[in-house]
Structure formats: C-alpha cells, structure tokens
Ligand binder design. Structure first.
Ligand code: RTP
Ligand code: MG
Length: 157
C-alpha cells in the first residue's frame, strides 16, 4: 500500500508567470530548505479555459479578467509539495496576498521577497485541504488520488 510511504499532507504550489522569469530557482530552493518534498513538478502554460477553471471561485470579482490574463500569459511551474501540515505551511511561507502587507507582517515570506503587486504576486497555494486535493487533481490529472489524497498506484511511483 503506497500510502504507507507517503503519509504526509500534500498541497499544490504554483510559481506564477511573473516569478518564472527571475525567481524560479530561488523559490524552489526555499521550498526545499523549508523541508518540503517536491514529489511532482512540471512546467505548464495554462490555456484561458484552464486559468478560468483554476480560479473559478473568483469568477465575477473585479480582478478576475486580469487574473486570468496574467495566469495564462506564460509558463507556470506546478509542484506537488509533501510535508506534515503542508497546506498551512505553504500558505504561511507564501505570505499575504498583497506584498505591501507581506513586507510588513512577514518579511521573510516569498511574496514579501518576490511579488510585484497584489495581482502579480509570484506564487499560489490552495487555502484548505479540499482545495489542495481538487487543484492537484486538476493540474496533475494523470495521477490517481485516494480518498484522503494519498497517491495511488501509478507507474511513475
Ligand atoms: P492564491 O489563491 O493565488 O494563492 O492567492 P490568495 O489566496 O492569497 O488570494 P485570493 O484572494 O485567492 O486571490 C487570488 C489571486 O488573485 C489576484 N488578486 N488580485 N487586484 C486585486 O485586488 C487582486 N486580488 C487578488 C492575486 O494574484 C491573488 O493571488
Ligand atoms: Mg486563493
């Protein structure tokens, strides 16, 4: 039972197009230094439709169209992170949405270090475990996820 080897929580981490240009390596290094295991990683250019679906919770908000334009304008790095309490820890590591706030409240966070503004803020992380599992499934749809999000039998494992 593969679950035995991967007992830890999983979340999706995305390096957004703005940060791919200059900060990809620094972000990946920080993620590893924080003790996350990167169990899958792929570079993807989202289509418009995928970006809309990815952020469907924000449909109708004033920034939605800009957000979709931004997310599909270049490659993103998609990563599955594994660690105890991964969802919350990754959110903490990212810092607040707005880098102005991040610089004040959590200067070591990725958004304090790398985000340009409240829209182009370098990284994404799902805010709860259910969203994390949905988004992993959406982005890595060729990997089967078990009921508790454990990775199931797959040739690559
Ligand atoms: P994310 O989902 O990307 O991890 O970011 P988040 O939870 O911190 O923030 P959320 O409210 O979910 O917003 C999703 C993304 O939309 C863009 N945004 N722009 N211009 C604005 O006021 C605004 N507000 C949000 C950001 O790219 C944000 O990360
Ligand atoms: Mg969010």
């Amino acid at each position: 039972e593969l679950n035995f080897f991967f007992p830890q929580e999983q979340t999706l981490a995305v390096i957004k197009p703005d940060a791919m240009e200059k900060h990809k390596d620094d972000i990946i290094e920080s993620v590893k230094n924080q003790g996350f295991l990167i169990t899958q990683m792929k570079e993807t250019v989202l289509s418009r439709e995928m970006a809309e679906e990815f952020y469907k919770e924000h449909k109708g908000k004033p920034f939605f169209e800009q957000l979709v334009d931004y997310m599909c304008r270049g490659p993103c790095m998609m990563m599955i992170l594994s660690k105890e309490n991964a969802v919350e820890e990754w959110r903490n590591m990212m810092g607040p949405t707005n880098p102005k706030e991040a610089k004040e409240s959590s200067p070591g966070s990725l958004r304090a270090r790398f985000a340009k503004d409240i829209l182009e803020n370098s990284v994404h992380g799902p805010s709860n475990l259910q969203h994390a599992l949905e988004k992993i499934k959406f982005v890595f749809d060729d990997i089967g996820l078990g009921p508790n999000g454990s990775l199931q039998g797959n040739d690559r494992w």
